[in-house]
Design a protein around this ligand. Structure first.
Ligand SMILES: NC(=O)c1ccc[n+]([C@@H]2O[C@H](COP(=O)([O-])OP(=O)(O)OC[C@H]3O[C@@H](n4cnc5c(N)ncnc54)[C@H](OP(=O)(O)O)[C@@H]3O)[C@@H](O)[C@H]2O)c1
Length: 257
């Protein structure tokens, strides 16, 4: 296991769910954390807690990953003590809607494509050249089982996660000959704000997604990411697919109620 002491870890989507859980796990390792998301107040609260609990050094970026110029500015203006990012966790992402393709919303599609694919690409494009120059680094992309199996009405979200899977594979191929590692972590059902966002704030509908099942928690995913980034430097974990015991595929879920 390698030490994360003083390593600089950039986590996108750190204001909620899996991203927040990652921040908490890495805060306890001596790593320095760059936390990015649009909701700055949430990041500020999290940073305060991490400083109090673990004395973690934290740098916050209010960032919409869909805005390429903003991503470029955020990365290029990092203070020298924060600029040499060792680990990039491309976690920011969302699903919007659950509609038949021929009835889908253009706004929902654009938001998913711009965040899940283009946002992830922008971060990667602006951060990885520094990793190549420094001859060190690890990119962790959060995919989904939706990138492995398309489910009814999941069309565009599944398409974005299939793209993430292909992009992770492509990045690994293109970084051959460098020591930089690339990992895709692809979860099934995790209880976060994900379903609230998917159903545009319809909390009742969102709750039903997790009714009668024991879903994965954000901590379960953070734990797996921690495992991937702390292997010996010659080990690359390409892809991890994990789901709750109560889930067998994107659509087959064991509900007890
Ligand atoms: N929950 C699941 O069942 C599940 C399963 C498989 C994969 N995933 C993937 O896991 C990742 C994290 O999702 P989660 O479940 O933790 O959901 P979540 O609780 O809704 O968190 C999503 C995070 O992404 C950020 N985000 C969304 N759009 C953004 C944008 N344009 N710019 C910057 N940040 C943005 C949000 O921050 P702001 O709103 O503050 O910007 C938030 O911090 C996503 O990529 C999701 O597709 C989730």
């Amino acid at each position: 296991m390698i030490s994360l002491q003083n390593q600089i870890i950039l986590i996108t989507g750190a204001s909620s769910g899996i991203g927040t859980a990652c921040a908490r796990v890495f805060a306890n390792t001596g790593a320095k954390l760059i936390l990015a998301a649009r909701r700055l107040e949430r990041l500020q609260e999290l940073a305060e807690t991490l400083k109090e609990e673990f004395n973690t050094e934290v740098y916050l970026i209010q960032l919409d990953v869909r805005d390429r110029a903003a991503v470029e500015a955020a990365i290029s203006s990092l203070p020298p003590a924060w600029a040499d990012i060792d680990i990039l966790i491309n976690n920011a992402g969302l699903s919007r809607g659950l509609d038949k393709l021929h009835e889908g919303s253009f706004t929902d599609w654009e938001e998913m494509i711009d965040t899940n694919i283009k946002g992830l690409l922008y971060l990667t494009r602006y951060v990885v050249p520094g990793m190549v120059k420094r001859d060190r680094g690890h990119v962790v992309n959060i995919g989904s089982i939706a990138g492995h199996q398309t489910y009814p009405n999941g069309n565009v979200y599944c398409g974005t996660k299939a793209a993430v899977r292909a992009i992770s594979e492509g990045l690994k191929l293109d970084l051959l000959g460098t020591p930089i590692r690339v990992t895709s972590v692809d979860p099934g059902m995790v209880e976060t704000e994900f379903s609230d966002v998917r159903f545009h704030g319809d909390t009742e509908r969102a709750k039903k997604v997790y009714q009668g099942v024991t879903p994965l928690t954000p901590d379960d995913i953070a734990d797996v990411i921690f495992f991937c980034v702390t292997r010996s430097p010659h080990v690359n974990i390409n892809e991890i697919v994990l789901m709750p015991v109560d889930q067998a595929s994107a659509t087959l879920v064991n509900r007890r109620t």
